[in-house]
Design a binder for this molecule. Sequence first.
Ligand code: ACO
Length: 405
Amino acid sequence: FIDIRKLQPSTGICTFDPGFTSTGSCDSTITYIDGKKGVLLYRGYDIEDLAEQGDFLDSAYLLLMGELPTSQQKADFDRELTLHTLVHEQLIQFFKGFKHDAHPMAIMVGIVGALSAFEPYSADLADPESRMRGCLRLISRMPTLAAIAYRTSMGYPVIYPRNDLDYASRFLHMMFAWPTQKYEVDAVLARALDKILILHMDHEQNASTSTVRTAGSSQANPFACIASGIAALWGPAHGGANEAVLRMLEEIGSKENIPRALERAKNKQDPFRLMGFGHRVYKTFDPRAKVMRKVCHEILEHLKIQNDPLLDIAMELEQVATHDQYFVQRGLYPNVDFYSGIVLRALGIPVSMYTVLFAVARTVGWVSQWKEMAEQQQQLPKISRPRQMYTGHMQRDYVPLKERG
Ligand code: ACO
């Protein structure tokens, strides 16, 4: 990395880097990625170890606080997150204002932004205690908000959080329980969701995290910053890809149609891309995709689903594409989203909720990055303010309306 800031004031030199493919926007101790080797570390710990050996609380604490928690710290963290799972009753009225078929991501952008109005004591960027409160409240309340977004969009009664359950089980309970029936959360499915949450928590300066940091640099409150992150995550090139993968597999329909899909993906005149393939940083297999593929097989085995046609197509597609010169030469391999859609579908999560669930998990990373940014700056963060390469007219004389024809 070259620190261009030192050159800029005297020389006026600026870098031109659309899409920020070669620009570091901050220094950070949270997440490390080696895109060539397919390595992802949270605070130095391998993502596979964290997902296989740890749980949601371990990774969330690690990202937010910097170290894995002791037993006491973990219990305190759990209590702190559990105490604040309820949202203001008045906020529930907001959900009812949305059109019945509104996309849950549209609801989440609005509702999380609206939290700013309900959490005045958790929004002071300059105060460490207030900052931490904002981070914890967001992590606690996101599953509740996500589940209410789904239930109100379906016209179902809202289920309040059961605080005797762990984070993932609580979310599944709020999604699927029914007031008039007993509902037991399946522990294997909850553990799978726990792993999915860990895998999606942070991924250094991706589009949504950069958006959160950019919004935070203007000293906006954390709820508004996370709402901006949710908006950025929504697009199909980012968090919306898991939804797009499932639709693509359905569209391909059978293994026989895979060659045609590959040809379309290679054709630059065709906007079709292999969803769940390729990544700005990974030029090999995404390490999260490896864990996700394992979770996928475990879940289907647990649910005794043999011959899931979409999984069959996905495995064949992976096999063929990873041996195809077009994809190999460009370093296009399956990313985390390739298998996550199949797992979420097996968990019974509706397709429109896939990206919402990603947002629930990524909230841990977003608040950790937002907090780090605030801590790094002794006073207040330096506002993000890129320049541009202007390609329009230079100064012209104003033309009065009557002379414009
Ligand atoms: N299918 C076919 N070709 C592709 C794909 C794909 N999925 N992805 C990239 N390419 C090709 C491009 O056409 C380009 O080819 P060229 O050099 O011949 O012009 C080359 O690979 C490089 O692609 P870029 O678009 O420049 O790569 P970039 O780093 O900008 O894009 C991205 C990364 C957006 C993830 C891209 O690979 C993509 O659109 N993938 C599908 C969507 C997806 O799965 N997104 C999820 C990302 S992971 C996440 O957000 C959690």
